[in-house]
Design a protein around this ligand. Structure first.
Ligand code: GRF
Length: 195
């Protein structure tokens, strides 16, 4: 049977993409990654995709830093649709999505964020949690809407904040939780278990 096609977007090192790819390889997700897209040409995620033999697409945006221009975003939609993508997975993608993407993939774009949303949206959420004296943080998988980390929450995993934690140690612990939660949620989506 034809497998559901994922399109993964990332701007960074790609550890979540690696966890998803691993989960596909060992049968925990019955899907395939049809394309990996990045707005950062030297991003680790593109290197990982290359090593895995997965088609890649580099987005070139020079006008804006926090989003794509309408034309660039329309190009991205074309690339994803051309690859047959049915679920868009944001894995460390650092730009906001606008109407071309949101209209092309309604309720079919998900993101992982390193906090227990709605607490600490935005950048370096682990640092925000640490500095506000929280005892618990974690990660959230949510549908993407036009806001910043504001879409409907699908699943969360808690992570303790321990005495002596640094930004780095907390971020690393949250990422371990992400690498379990994201593949699990994608597996549920593929099996039709999400609303
Ligand atoms: C993750 O911490 C994720 O929560 C955030 O960006 C980071 C991406 O890390 N949205 P990686 O590139 O998957 O290692």
């Amino acid at each position: 049977m034809r497998k559901l096609c994922l399109g993964v977007l990332g701007s960074g090192k790609g550890s979540n993409f690696r966890a998803i790819h691993e989960a596909i390889r060992n049968g925990r997700i019955d899907a395939r990654v049809a394309i990996v897209c990045s707005d950062v040409p030297e991003a680790g995620i593109l290197q990982l995709a290359r090593d895995a033999g997965i088609p890649r697409y580099s987005i070139t945006e020079t006008l804006f830093k926090t989003r794509l221009s309408k034309e660039r975003e329309e190009e991205l939609v074309k690339q994803l649709q051309g690859a047959g993508v049915e679920l868009v997975v944001l894995a460390g993608y650092m730009r906001m999505l606008k109407s071309p993407m949101l209209n092309a993939f309604p309720r079919r774009i998900i993101n992982i964020h390193p906090s227990l949303l709605p607490k600490f949206p935005g950048l370096m959420a682990w640092r925000q949690a640490l500095e506000s004296g929280e005892r618990v943080s974690g990660c959230t998988v949510h549908f993407v809407d036009e806001g910043m980390d504001s879409g409907e929450v699908i699943a969360q995993a808690e992570v303790p904040i321990l005495p002596g934690d640094t930004r780095e140690s907390l971020h690393a612990r949250i990422q371990e939780a992400e690498h379990l939660l994201y593949p699990e949620v994608i597996g549920r989506f593929v099996r039709g278990e999400l609303p």
